[in-house]
Design a protein around this ligand. Structure first.
Ligand code: NDP
Ligand code: MG
Length: 391
């Protein structure tokens, strides 16, 4: 029996995780759940899974969840610090990091510091704090299992003896596949007309709003190149990106003998998450089985980085190093939110991200507090820049 802490339980990753846990009651127990604003869902999940602790980070939602669970055995905690508390509890075996954005960063680092097994979906934390997280993981021997489908595919191809953080042996390079999002065939002149509703309607994956917009700009693939750089300890040049619109091949590993291994499956996050929860053992989940004959043609196309500038910006950030990925990530969180609120156009996400990456002075990464302060600074600057252009 493994006890699990599910961070971001009310989100898309949380939902897929809990669907698998629900299927395997003798294998997993939910120790803790975290949520932000979705009060009703939090209460329903707490009643269903009866965790020891629920953590809520939004103050109003916290009050309501606390009142609703007052007669239960579940303790309700408030705030970001409480997230760090639940992931370090000795009763917790596995931490599922499913919070969206930089808000997930301190709890990811805390889990690794406590030597937990971290099932990592929250890519922003590794993009911004990869250097710190990987150094901590090496010193505490915390095991990291990537849940992001591409990184999970590579992890599966590397085999059971591979530990995240090592440069994989006998590997020439890797290829991350990208669906290309909804606009990979849209001419860039039309980007100015793209609406938030069009951008979040992903053709293949059903995900939260932020990552759906990131997929549409290809920033998601850029963040994933940075994520792969840290998780697999590989340089930028060894991480290829290829558009594969059918999202059947989730990524590929090219070995020095010319062999190429890939992981295939339906585009359903239950597949990578169940591989993580099973700690390498295959366990059943609710995903459909792949039928290649029904899938038909599989296509592969070079990504157009003139059109999707966010992908090049991520590669620039790796080259610059230090806090550059953290700056890009923080700027992107603000620009994506502004786009979703109709404050900027779709094409301006890349423009503003570019401006911030080139404007903010880059430092060496030293501490989590430095990254939290930097995150706030970049958020303020990006918000100011957006407000100025609106006047
Ligand atoms: P969702 O938007 O669906 O869910 C986000 C979760 O984070 C919710 O539980 C939400 O709580 C919580 N949350 C939001 N803001 C805060 C905050 N400030 N503090 C604490 N918790 C917060 O996102 P996804 O599940 O799609 O994505 C989660 C992470 O996984 C992202 O980093 C994404 O990049 C990554 N990922 C997701 C994939 C997917 O298929 N969805 C695939 C690969 C990676 P509430 O709802 O209660 O407000
Ligand atoms: Mg992915």
């Amino acid at each position: 029996m493994k006890t699990v802490s599910v961070l971001g339980a009310t989100g898309s990753i949380g939902e897929s995780t809990l669907a698998i846990i629900r299927k395997h009651p003798s294998r997993f127990r939910v120790h803790s759940l975290s949520a932000h604003k979705n009060t009703e869902k939090t209460i329903a999940l707490a009643k269903e899974f009866e965790p020891t602790v629920v953590t809520v980070t939004d103050p109003d939602s916290y009050q309501q969840v606390k009142a609703a669970l007052s007669s239960s055995n579940t303790e309700v905690l408030f705030g970001a610090e409480a997230l760090e508390h639940i992931v370090t509890e000795s009763a917790v075996d596995l931490v599922v990091a499913g919070i969206v954005g930089n808000a997930g960063m301190p709890s990811v680092l805390a889990a690794v510091k406590a030597g937990k097994t971290l099932l990592l979906a929250n890519k922003e934390s590794i993009v911004a704090a990869g250097e710190l997280v990987m150094a901590e993981a090496a010193s505490t021997a915390a095991k990291i299992i990537p849940l992001d489908s591409e990184h999970n595919a590579i992890y599966q191809c590397l085999g059971g003896n591979y530990e995240v953080g090592e440069r994989p042996a006998h590997v020439r390079n890797i290829t991350l596949t990208a669906s290309g999002g909804p606009f990979w065939q849209t001419p860039s002149e039309s980007f100015i007309h793209i609406t938030p509703a069009e951008a979040v309607a992903h053709p293949k994956w059903n995900m939260g709003a932020k990552i759906s917009v990131d997929s549409a700009t290809l920033m998601n693939k850029g963040l994933e190149v940075i994520e792969a750089h840290w998780l697999f300890n590989m340089p930028n040049e060894d991480i290829n990106v290829m558009v594969h619109p059918q999202s059947i091949i989730h990524s590929l590993v090219h070995f020095i003998d010319g062999s190429v291994l890939a992981q295939l499956g339906m585009p359903d996050m239950q597949i990578p998450i169940s591989y993580g929860l099973g700690l390498g053992e295959r366990i059943s989940n609710g995903a459909d089985f792949l039928d290649l004959l029904a899938a038909g043609e599989l296509n592969f196309v070079e990504p157009d980085t003139n059109k999707f500038r966010c992908l090049s910006l991520a590669r620039d950030a790796i080259k610059i190093g230090g806090t550059a990925p953290a700056v890009l990530n923080a700027a992107n969180e603000v620009t994506v939110a502004a786009f979703l609120q109709h404050k900027i156009r779709f094409d301006q996400i890349a423009t503003f991200n570019d401006k911030m990456l080139n404007q903010v002075s880059i430092q060496t990464v030293e501490s989590m507090q430095q990254l939290i302060d930097l995150d706030q600074e970049v958020r303020n600057l990006t918000t100011e820049m957006i407000e100025k252009q609106q006047q």
